[in-house]
Write a protein that binds this ligand. Sequence first.
Ligand code: NAD
Length: 485
Amino acid sequence: MTHADVDGVAVPTGHLIGGEWVGSPTTFESRSPIDWDAMHLADIARGDDAAAAAAVGAAVDGFATWGSFTVHERAEVLHRLADLIDENTDEIAHVETLDMGFLEASMKARLVGRGALNFRTYADLIVAHEERTWNAKAMWNTVQRMPAGPAVVITPWNAPFMLATWKLAPALAAGNSIIHKPAEWSPLSAALLAGLTLEAGFPPGAYNLVQGIGSEVGDALVRDPRVRRITFTGSPPTARKIGEAAARNIVPFTAELGGKGPLLVFADCDLDAAAKKAAWQFDDSGQVCLAGTRLLVDESIRDEFLERFHAHADALVVGDPRDASTEIAPLAHPDHRDRVHAFVERARAAGDTIVRGGQPMTDSMHYEPTLIEPASNDSEVVQSEIFGPVLTFQTFADEAEAIALANSTAYGLSAIVYTGSRERAERVGRLLRTGLVWVNTFLVRDLTAPFGGCGISGIGREGGDHALEFHADLKTLMIADDTCT
Ligand code: NAD
């Protein structure tokens, strides 16, 4: 059987290699965090070395065709795929919700559409791109962009559909064939997306999907010397392994990794807006790399901030992610719930103060929205990414201390600042060592703006032309003046 019936939606269970669905000798299970024991969703092909080699071989063949398409031909296919995504919004949203517990209303209202927009944006960018030509040193110089070759795209289990589209769109727009390896905890929306590419008009082998376990088929993919680009979103430990494989084959590699974002609240801000946004960091049960998980608050407004924060946190609706009223969804996997709880237990044992929450909720995969006041800035819960609904609370005496605390972890993905002063916004914004800073807002980003992290939050930048540059080999063509007509 090549498809599973997932609550009425036919989801492919195999790999898509060279335009055909194929299986593997073994499978792995997809279960729903909505009811882990009762809801078995599908058995998915568990890719091995043979599947990886076949997918890269197909991508080499697919590149020969797709890489020679004109930018207009590529753009047409990408626009068609975007339209197909829009037409299948309900199915994609529902399957993603069942598979990893993402709020279905958010999927429908925001994330599926954002996925389609990623393809439209890159279709338009690649067509609008102009080559630079100038005369110097008695030569006409032109910078050409060559598609690089097969690209491996490896994505994580949180927000799997949207995060995959944002890496796949620039790779394909640039003319590279791709092999997508989604996370084993949430493989289903990637299978639906791959199915749509068959209708969009990609030549066989341009778009390949390999399912399976990271340390197995993921490892085999990144070690294949025929691969010419690797783009990865996930955790720093995995990035180190992939980086080693990329170095061995001398392949450019980008990594979008974890975060431990500060949320700074200055006394001159709209305090209720700040407290509300702070409580909103529990959204998606904190399984958000960009989340402002370290609340850093001016000590002069400590009590008022906490009172408002608790009021907003108390109002959050915990429930079934299929219900439109639910705001706090379950964690994606029992192993992850146990990992989150282990952080909290270690914090408790180390003398940190659990201000609210701190327990798994009975009979479900939900975890209580938790706030911890650490004993010191060195506490593990301050320094390590937890990736669950666990925030820390610290105060600062002045702006200098706020910035020092904000910059005091090894991460550097994003920061959120609440202030009423434009001058402070510019000043603090410049001093924060992160790839992104939001002031009095959060999460919204224009797709052409650069995206990425400093420190162990990543290597390289995505977004707009930055991702297109990564997926191309630049060439300078130099023609001596007056030598040809
Ligand atoms: P992970 O590193 O465990 O896995 C990510 C992907 O890598 C999965 O597809 C996995 O199968 C694959 N993988 C694992 N081992 C591999 C190997 N040896 N070779 C090749 N592939 C391998 O991360 P995760 O737990 O799935 O995702 C959560 C992490 O991702 C968090 O740290 C989170 O902050 C981060 N994240 C970052 C961003 C961003 O844009 N910066 C976005 C979302 C998530």
